[in-house]
Design a protein around this ligand. Structure first.
Ligand SMILES: Nc1ncnc2c1ncn2[C@@H]1O[C@H](COP(=O)(O)OP(=O)(O)O)[C@@H](O)[C@H]1O
Ligand SMILES: [Mg+2]
Length: 352
């Protein structure tokens, strides 16, 4: 069952389209992320789901009900932003209880629900503390508790961890994932951080300049990117342009970088056609010169600890390889042999 459905949703500001008619179906209980660079339209899309903006055309539905024209407070959604919106003069307890008090929820039920939420975000014992005395991470936990205490169908989160330091971000990513699973609530999470989206999400929608380029599981997007943009934005890759020179039963040969790349055959291409493909650096295997593969000089090597990155000088450009760091260090100028499997060559569509 789909919880949030966007049907040809477009948003224009002063005649300029910033969301270009996107289609999206987010499933019930799913952790879904909208991922893309700054300015691509993620926040605008989230604001249209929340009801803070109306679409210029198209429809937003939640739980099968059309939401166009339905005000924010009548939607089964709640929001968490990067910029905290806690009441500084209230305690942790009163911040979380605020919405329930407004709704005149009976005292016993209110106590139970606020207690349960503080437990869930691991802030039991902090009830009487003023929110201003808490760390940034603890404050964000209060904001999350406050947003879920009303049991919205869908929680919308806009870069909620953006202001925290890296270590705390990683910790809260795991916590958010745990909270989402325990509640079974649909989360729509906006981020420009691909590692974050990959770590937390069931599925990710990659946005670029107002378009939704690809929707898939983190593994789908990494292993089977369909566009140049997705291949380059989700992880590091070699984006290589070349021409198809031969096609046989199972394979095709692409001339690129002055090298010959054998890929899995596709039925939608012909000999002579120009083509762009992705080859992940960790799929390029390097071994001693003279072993099977393309012989190329090493331009430089960068050691990262667990891994090392090697830049290889192909006749017509540079090819990047990544290997586990335990390989003996190879020195710049040395000739090495590079090889890859046909499966590692992922044919891409040109970006939109
Ligand atoms: N209220 C607005 N008026 C005019 N332009 C806006 C407004 N809100 C957003 N934009 C523009 O829409 C584009 C997408 O913005 P946004 O959705 O905030 O992107 P993201 O969240 O991906 O960084 C940007 O170019 C931004 O400047
Ligand atoms: Mg934004």
């Amino acid at each position: 069952m789909d919880d949030v459905v966007l049907d040809a949703v477009e948003k224009r500001f002063g005649g300029v389209s910033v969301v270009n008619g996107i289609n999206l179906a987010i499933r019930k209980g799913e952790f879904f992320s909208l991922l893309g660079p700054s300015g691509c339209g993620k926040t605008t899309t989230l604001r249209m789901i929340a009801g803070l903006e109306g679409p210029s055309s198209g429809t937003v539905s939640i739980r099968g009900e059309r939401m166009n024209g339905v005000p924010i407070n009548k939607r089964p959604t709640n929001l968490v932003f990067q910029k905290l919106a806690l009441f500084p003069h209230l305690s942790v307890w009163d911040n979380v209880a605020f919405g329930l008090k407004l709704k005149k929820v009976p005292e016993a039920e209110l106590r139970a629900r606020v207690g349960e939420m503080l437990d869930l975000v691991r802030l039991s014992g902090f009830e009487k503390r003023s929110v201003t005395s808490l760390s940034g991470g603890q404050q964000q936990r209060v904001a999350i508790a406050r947003a879920i205490v009303n049991k919205p169908a869908v929680l919308l989160l806009d870069e909620p961890l953006g202001a925290l330091d890296l270590k705390l971000q990683t910790h809260l990513q795991e916590e958010l994932r745990r909270i989402q699973r325990e509640l079974g609530m649909t989360f729509v999470y906006v981020t420009h951080n691909q590692t974050e989206a990959m770590a937390m999400s069931d599925r990710v929608g990659v946005m670029n300049a107002g378009n939704l380029e690809q929707i898939g599981t983190p593994a789908d997007l990494y292993l089977r990117p369909r566009t140049e943009f997705v291949a380059g934005f989700v992880g590091q890759t070699n984006l290589i342009s070349g021409r198809i020179v031969a096609i046989d039963e199972q394979h095709m040969t692409i001339d690129a970088l002055g090298l010959s790349f054998v890929a899995r055959r596709r039925d939608d291409v012909t000999v002579g056609q120009a083509i762009t493909f992705s080859l992940r650096p960790e799929q390029v295997r390097i071994s001693a010169a003279g072993t099977a593969g393309a012989q190329m000089p090493l331009l430089d090597a960068t050691f990262f600890g667990a891994t090392a990155t090697y830049r290889l000088q192909a006749p017509g450009g540079v090819l990047t390889a990544q290997a586990h760091g335990e390989l003996q260090t190879m020195t710049a100028g040395a000739v090495v042999s590079a090889s890859w499997l046909p499966e590692a060559i992922v044919i891409l569509k040109a970006g939109t």
